[in-house]
Write a protein that binds this ligand. Sequence first.
Ligand SMILES: [Zn+2]
Length: 543
Amino acid sequence: MFDTLIENGTVVDGTGRPRYEADLAIGGGRIAAVGRLGGAEAARRIDATGLVIAPGFIDMHSHSDTTMLSDPGGESKAYQGVTTEVTGNCGSSPFPVAADPHLAEYQRSTWPFMKPDWTWTDLDGWAERLNSSGMSLNVAPQVGQGEIRKAVGLNQNRPPSTDEMREMRRLAAEAIEQGAFSVSTGLTIVPSSFASTDELVELVEAIAQFEGAFYVTHSRWRTDDHIDAAKEAVEIGRRAGVPVQYSHMAIVDPRVHGDGARMAAVFDRARAEGLDATYDMYPYIAAGSGIGQLLPEWSMEGDRPEVVRRLKDPDTRRRIARETVEGFFGGTPIPWESYIISDTYTSANSDLIGKTVAEAAAARGDDAFKTALDLMIEEGGEVPTTVFNRDEGDVRFFMGHEAAMFGSDGYAYSPTGPLANASGDHSATHLAGKPHPRNFGTYPRVLGRYVRELGILSLEAAVRKMTGLPAQRLNLSERGRVEQGLTADLTLFDPETVTDRATFDDPMQFPEGIPHVFVAGEAIVSDGAHTGATPGRVLRRGE
Ligand SMILES: [Zn+2]
């Protein structure tokens, strides 16, 4: 007898192959059988008439490293059909933690969301904590190069000493040995961004010996040419001898919107020359960012009180202003009407949530740039924003490319939990207030808007970019396809109705048309409702 029998469904198996009609049986947490299973006996039966049976979605780019410690259900992602969150992106991960208590305290203080008591020091300790507290989704960790730099005390803009480099290489290799899938960078975020190409090559070389380990990068943007950012990623992969994953592929330089084909060609060339290079992206023309990422890197060094001190000093502030304006895409005027304040740390400014920086400035009768810097001071050093900086044509072009897979750049959390409802004097960014709708809408948006309505992708291709392709990137042999014997991470959705409901104005809305989601054979969403089950666990490289 099977545990669950899903009858009369349409299997879209994650490989890109054409869909086919079948039943699917789950037993012992695995896909026990796929085919015409007739009257097989099962403890539970689901009529999947009109529904697609797909592998559970693997979110290649998430920041859910610690969110499920407080929101174990991961509702924002569970309801989208996501069953695995890839964490440790953009140079940030909750490990390794410095042995020196002062450095460790600094690391915790710069952790951008929620301040769990970090009782762990390495990947193993963090994983043990997550596994024992329980969570609905799986988590596939990566280790952040920014975190590694912090852990050796290298927070400044200088190259590492020989000893520091040796220690950083040891920490990177240790995390990979403990099961991290890759090393990530966040090259617009300090101290990750202080690393030169050569420094990154030397660090990443330390993981080349581990099978499947790769380099993942949130690239620089303060380059003269957006193509250079892609070229640097490819160069690091080639010189270090590892595959490359380029994060949240986009063109954010307004002067070259529409240039997607030329940028993707960097990856085409690298692939033709034998480098395994792929990228992830989300289906929106807006990013989620902080105003601080616009400012010169030196001005963001250190912790937030230090940033505030610099902004308050008249001479330093003038220099910051000058370099910011000159550094913004060759002196292009900063489009403050495209920067929506998504959350505030102080209740005094909470009326600005959802307003643009330009609107906030008008209300104050001030210049927009002055307002942006004033807000950084008032808000303690950073202001979370949603930024409309991409071109819809580029979004469509990038998602159709063969190297593309999907990743939300979002968080697994609950709209009724502590992360979404912290307001004023809180430590969460990008999760409360009016966060980017990608947290709640990425996957159903692709399936509803870009597959069904616009026909940019076939259903089979889109599902592959959500499942089989990320599984391949991660070298996960047990997931990412519908195939007998594999782990039963599954998502059932209605291709005729699946749709995102999260908008920029009302971002914490669950999607429609995804009634059933299974992790390791256990339903985490059943008949459209979260079950509260916590079958998720931390996955490790090589499984
Ligand atoms: Zn990023």
